[in-house]
Design a protein around this ligand. Sequence first.
Ligand code: FE2
Ligand code: FE2
Length: 287
Amino acid sequence: MQATDPTPAIMTTDQIIPRDIRFNVSRYATRNWLCGDPDQTAFVDGLSALLPEGERYFVKAVRHYQDSITDPDLRERVTRFVAQETNHSREHIDYNNGMRNLGYNVDVMEARLRAKLDITKSPLVRLAVTCCIEHFTAIFSDQVLRHSSYLERAPVAYREIWQWHALEELEHKAVPFDVFTFVTRDMPAWKRYVFRTAVMLKLTKNFIVQLYSNVRDIFHTDGKKLTLMTWIRWLWKMAYNPGLVRRSLPNYFRYYLPGFHPEDCTDKELMQRWRENYHPAAVTENQ
Ligand SMILES: [Fe+2]
Ligand SMILES: [Fe+2]
């Protein structure tokens, strides 16, 4: 197999739009904000606790290669990727401060993730890890926008931060992958495939452990015990109703296809609908 050129992105440079919006989630922080359901709220809050550290890591991983990129279009997409992730980080720091105000030990959650992320020193592995996590976030983002009823009853600040984040994740999801393809352009295609899928396998396990640890900590802070019934409930919710994990699996496995590109999972009609109709109340509220 021959090394290939970077795959042209369907999402063009000017379609990666950093929207500098403040949602002030900490001001409205509350328990069980998602459908009054402690399980779903814990999973989503547990995810938020991973984001500021994670996004700082992605930005560093991609920026490491920015000056070596010869394609000006890809360089500009990196700049926009960094701008979007920096805004996300800022807003999730505020979100997580709201969790702190409710008594959750976000510092422990962040330290646990930082310790894990710091193990890997190789810039190329860090970039490959970033590609994998971007795939995860893109899968979840697709679900958030596709099933907007999921957040319908959530308080406005929570609903809008997640919809805003989801839209921008889908806009920039291919950027780290295209940088990875560029950086590894002289690597045989089979080797690149084995490398990125091996990283994905390991990352999947680590991601589940980190998210589960956060959910467990949230439960403990709320004085709840993890029993067999808790696990049965979680499995039911993940697999059946609302079934976010079950619905995400087909796109997750696409990453293991030899010719995979993140834009293969793009639903153009969904993206167009959201981009055209995206007018969060928070924009006017904070301008
Ligand atoms: Fe993000
Ligand atoms: Fe992202």
